[in-house]
Design a protein around this ligand. Structure first.
Ligand code: ADP
Ligand code: MG
Length: 227
């Protein structure tokens, strides 16, 4: 059964001559445990699709089913809880809380949910992401790549069943990119996570189980990757 499914998904911005069809009738199914890379030129609708998949913004038309459940029929507070428990997001713009240090940022989603932090697991994630020495630092004291790693750690900390990532390695050097991807692959296998990742990086796309190409808001090509 598909863990994620979109049905005739549309997202239009603006009206009349200024209307942009950011998503134009997208039908996509993603199986549990799958690692899907989304590729496409700038402005093709990749981020919009990711936002819809995670219930961050409402579509103009169509549905997003997660575990066969129509997420946009949830009440706003239910949708918020659903996101926090089920989905890990890594955004292009990190969205770290400036007044919290690295450690506090990482464990924030667990604490917001009133849960206990799994110390061992947290330590492991922090270590693999190379953040051990930075835990007391504020985001403003970190480089872009370091902030990105904090955002990735924060997304992994709740062991979400679905990880949605928008160019998660965009600011990392190629060595760190490979390490982070390796970590994401290991954790996704360990926790049976489904991973949907937007990337411009051809090498990273090739690490996915499947590449989905989007052009002008439409799915253009959907194929297995071959090693
Ligand atoms: N909030 C918004 N308001 C108006 N237009 C938007 C908004 N977000 C995205 N768009 C437009 O929708 C299209 C798809 O954007 P986006 O999904 O960000 O593309 P990508 O991530 O592939 O670069 C673009 O033409 C973009 O300008
Ligand atoms: Mg984008």
């Amino acid at each position: 059964m598909a863990v994620l499914k979109t049905i005739n998904l549309k997202k239009y911005y603006g009206t009349g001559e200024n209307q942009v069809k950011a998503l134009d009738d997208v039908n996509l199914e993603i199986e549990r445990g799958e690692f899907v890379a989304i590729v496409g030129s700038s402005g093709s609708g990749k981020s919009t699709l990711l936002h819809m998949l995670g219930g961050l913004d409402y579509p103009t038309e169509g549905k997003v089913l997660v575990d066969n459940k129509d997420i946009f029929r949830l009440k706003e507070d239910e949708l918020c809880i659903f996101r926090r428990r089920k989905i890990g997001f890594v955004f292009q713009s990190y969205n770290l809380v400036p007044v919290l240090n690295v450690y506090e940022n990482i464990v924030l989603p667990v604490e917001l949910d009133g849960n206990k932090v799994d110390k061992e697991y947290t330590k492991e994630v922090i270590h693999i992401l190379g953040l051990d020495a930075k835990l007391e630092h504020l985001p403003s004291q970190l480089s872009g790549g370091q902030q990105q790693r904090v955002a990735i750690a924060r997304a992994l900390i709740t062991k979400p069943s679905i990880l949605l990532a928008d160019e998660p390695t965009g600011n990392l050097d190629s060595r760190t990119s490979q390490d982070v991807l390796g970590l994401l692959k290991v954790t996704s296998e360990q926790f049976g996570q489904t991973m949907v990742m937007i990337t411009h990086n051809e090498e990273i796309a090739q690490m996915a189980d499947r590449i989905v190409r989007i052009e002008d808001g439409k799915l253009a090509e959907d194929g297995e990757t071959y090693e």
